[in-house]
Design a protein around this ligand. Structure first.
Ligand SMILES: C[S@@+](CC[C@H](N)C(=O)[O-])C[C@H]1O[C@@H](n2cnc3c(N)ncnc32)[C@H](O)[C@@H]1O
Length: 304
């Protein structure tokens, strides 16, 4: 464990030195925060790890800072800190990430839900009236989109599709924990396969999707925290990055009813290319939505 203290350029955290006395929560947080670079975000990371390992809340940590960290917990914490310092995303260490105010289980087979994907939820809820809506989520991963829509609108019903059976199991568990499982069906399928849409319902009101859209060259330049830990199949569809967005637009055209809405996330430089996938004889009201950074982030298009 000394190695990770050295990697951070600071002394190791409590527990990194075998035989060191037991430490209090306060002291562990101070030292772990420093090892993680000493920023406000580092302190928050240290708190989240300590809460997870002690199975307690932030309020309890603040209320009882002088309680001792048991030696077994210290060992587990040292291991998690070493993994974080090596670049592993916090969400994989904790086993969850928050999305639209709910906690979603994640693991190495599921993409970590991103805040920019919440725009698809905002847009769907704002555009569709308060009545029964039948929807599909193509490439559901952790289920963050499908489960959130079903949780926000208990009278909506959805099909969550993914090529990864492992990801679907995680999505199913998230749906059960968040009381949305009875309105969702989980289907293991490849949405790029010609005729994928033949097996399903052709009268949907809504298709949402955050498909893999990173091209091979862009992937090589990604932050190692993403490239080395998140599943490549969730990120890269092929050389250009447009292969799966094209397949989603095609599938959506077949499974939406006339007037049905497609909302699909894409890369910040893909707005124009993605709009070009929606010819006027098939789609109307084709628009690009922006994220909070002002970058092109998603397609909205209405089936003719
Ligand atoms: C970018 S992730 C999005 C996950 C989740 N919807 C989210 O927003 O966090 C893309 C998902 O599409 C799935 N996927 C990739 N290729 C697929 C295919 N051909 N058919 C179905 N799902 C696919 C991946 O397994 C992954 O879960």
């Amino acid at each position: 464990m000394r190695a990770f203290g050295q990697a951070a350029g600071t002394a190791g955290p409590p527990g990194s030195d075998r035989g060191s006395p037991t430490v209090t929560r306060r002291r562990w947080l101070e030292q772990a925060g420093r090892a993680l670079r000493g920023t406000e975000a580092s302190r928050r990371t240290a708190e989240l790890l300590l809460c997870a390992v002690l199975d307690t809340t932030r309020v309890a940590l603040i209320a009882h800072p002088d309680r001792e960290v048991p030696p077994e917990a210290e060992e587990r914490l040292a291991e998690l800190l070493a993994r974080r310092l090596a670049g592993e995303p916090l969400a994989y260490l904790l086993g969850w990430r928050e999305f639209y105010g709910r906690s979603f289980e994640v693991d190495a087979a599921t993409l970590i839900p991103r805040p920019e994907t919440e725009h698809l939820v905002d847009e769907a809820l704002a555009r569709l009236p308060e009545r029964t809506v039948h929807f599909a989520d193509l490439g559901t991963g952790s289920g963050c989109l499908a489960v959130t829509l079903a949780a926000e609108r208990p009278f909506w019903k959805g099909v969550a599709v993914d090529i990864s059976e492992h990801a679907l199991e995680t999505a199913r568990r998230n749906a059960e924990r968040l009381d949305a499982a009875d309105r969702l069906t989980f289907v293991c399928a490849d949405f790029t396969r010609p005729g994928f849409w033949d097996a399903g319902d052709a009268g949907l009101h809504l298709v949402v999707s955050n498909p893999p859209y990173v091209g091979e060259a862009e992937y090589a330049a990604l932050d190692p925290g993403v490239r080395d830990y998140e599943p490549k199949t969730a990120l890269v569809p092929g050389p250009t990055g447009l292969e799966h967005p094209r397949a989603v637009v095609e599938a959506a055209w077949h499974i939406l009813r006339p007037g049905g809405l497609l909302l699909m996330e894409h890369g910040a430089t893909q707005g124009e290319a993605v709009r070009a996938l929606c010819p006027p004889e098939r789609w109307q009201d084709v628009e690009t939505g922006r994220d909070l950074a002002g970058l092109d982030r998603y397609l909205a298009a209405v089936h003719r």
